[in-house]
Design a protein around this ligand. Sequence first.
Ligand SMILES: C[S@@+](CC[C@H](N)C(=O)[O-])C[C@H]1O[C@@H](n2cnc3c(N)ncnc32)[C@H](O)[C@@H]1O
Length: 269
Amino acid sequence: MLVYSLPGTFETREAHLDLLWEAGATGLEERAGLIRAYFDTETELPAEIRDGQWQDEAEQDWLAAFKATLRPVRAGRITIVPPWLRAEVEAGQVPLIIEPGMAFGTGHHATTRMAVEALGELDLAGLRVLDVGTGSGVLAIAGALLGAEQVLGVDIDPITIPIAVENAQDNGVPEGRAVFVQGTLGDELPGDWNEPSDVLVANLYAELHDLLAGDYAAHLRPGGPLVLTGILTGKLALVRAALEREGFTAVQVREDGEWALVTATAPQS
Ligand SMILES: C[S@@+](CC[C@H](N)C(=O)[O-])C[C@H]1O[C@@H](n2cnc3c(N)ncnc32)[C@H](O)[C@@H]1O
């Protein structure tokens, strides 16, 4: 997996994202002030975005600095904490321990927090939860801690998978209950995960939600809840249109600053 990372400010980000998609990026994320785009091969890029770097997935210096800033994050019934702050979780809260590392999903991004909150509002007891773009595994693990019987996390970036597995172990989620695989929707999934899930959660970009909306409908049981985030408020119309196109109903939006979370109900047939 090749990663092209370049500085991303609020002003430049929208244009950068569009150029990276057009250049053939297969996935995009933001981390510590950088836009990171995944490519299968090193690609000639337009002049406007040649100020970035092609990289391996080597450990970066920013990680140590980032770790020092972390605080517990409360998200509904769950508090997301790094292991060394476990004692700070208030009584009555469910601790979700995430070792900060190379995978996105420490809980400090508004999108992760909103998604954990939204999962906590569902009755997940005994259900199967599919998490697309699992990163650290945080949303899949939240699903398991909230009572889901089975969770599957899929991510296009192979470095996330062992990290998510380890985070699930750190949270006492048994191996058979939480499975993590590299891939995306449209790929063959393990076990019976090609059958519809009860709940689907995805923290990706609006453009990806647009591309994957048909797969979301195919992977959810009729009437099943969909939780989507990673959506800039300026891109909400794209996601709304995609959900309408695929027959989702009961679309609701919540916002935190520039980020939005959308919930919807899968088509009945
Ligand atoms: C914003 S992070 C979300 C991480 C975590 N689920 C959370 O909520 O904090 C997005 C993740 O999606 C992955 N990703 C990007 N494009 C993808 C795709 N097409 N299919 C599956 N995963 C993808 C990235 O590798 C990254 O780990």
